[in-house]
Ligand binder design. Sequence first.
Ligand code: SAM
Length: 205
Amino acid sequence: MKIDAKDFEKVTKKILAPVYPVIAENIIKETGVVSGICIDLGAGPGNLGLELAKLASGFKVILLDMSEEMLKIAEKNCSDMLLADRVSSWKGNVEQLPFQEDTVDLVVSRGSIFFWEDQVKALNEVYRILKPGGYAYLGGGFGNEELLSQIRAKMREQNPQWDNERKKRTGKVGFLHFSELMKKTVIPRYKISRKQAGLWIIFKK
Ligand SMILES: C[S@@+](CC[C@H](N)C(=O)[O-])C[C@H]1O[C@@H](n2cnc3c(N)ncnc32)[C@H](O)[C@@H]1O
């Protein structure tokens, strides 16, 4: 499914903006990774990667997406936030990551895994590029229940089906899907966590 970049940017600016700093803070708190190479997969307009760069000056962040339109918006956001010296945007597909193995400290991704065609291949790619000791934090969420209820009210006005779609992705069905999915990967240890008003796959290499 192709997502319209301009429409999605509007949604991030008007509705989703407060979730990214909360998620970024949670990721840093939980993984303890604050420096090195951080890649935001399916970064879209780049909000999560940019928040991580803001929080930890030791990161060099790469915003990776397959959509040129999204990356154009990400580049503008990056220069507006004066982060262009530490954040770059790359065109690429998560199923074939353009990085050498054992080179990346942190891989994050929010709201993108649900669109990946071959999720097993992509997750194995994430594991391949992580350094030993590096972390991956992948999934979707809205930071906390309070933010989710504010966002739900606004999103419902635009799409009455929004909450059903969200529940399918990050509720019980999503959890069972991720559980089966992870068994098919080469990743030996991982957590699948229904928290922060979302669903996350977290692993350390
Ligand atoms: C719903 S948007 C989420 C954007 C951003 N992560 C956020 O939370 O605001 C999903 C993004 O994933 C990207 N995407 C989907 N499949 C991808 C793939 N196989 N490789 C790279 N990017 C992909 C889309 O182009 C889109 O920008």
